[in-house]
Design a protein. Structure first.
Length: 95
């Protein structure tokens, strides 16, 4: 697994580009990628946002673009609310 990090101090986050192997399997899901990256980076899953998973035809690896925020306030300020709900698996109840 190749990890390339770009620290963005102005936005209070780290941009992460990773090549994830998935030999003999289909392209990994967002949930699987999030779990793998949080373990590898020793970070909280709720501060990690998966932007793209690009499976390359005929290859057994995928290119992943993700964002790791330093704190929850920065995440909520910069990310759209539907994206945050989707990433954290929470559905808002209507009253």
């Amino acid at each position: 697994m190749k990890i390339h990090k770009i620290d963005s101090k102005l936005l209070n986050r780290t941009e992460i580009n990773v090549e994830l192997p998935h030999i003999g399997r289909a392209t990994l899901s967002n949930k699987e990628v999030k779990e793998l990256l949080s373990k590898e980076l020793k970070a909280e899953e709720n501060l990690l946002v998966i932007r793209h998973i690009h499976g390359i035809y005929g290859r057994e690896y995928s290119k992943v673009k993700a964002l790791l925020y330093k704190d929850k306030e920065s995440l909520e300020r910069l990310e759209r609310k539907p994206k945050i709900k989707k990433e954290n698996g929470k559905e808002e109840t209507k009253k």
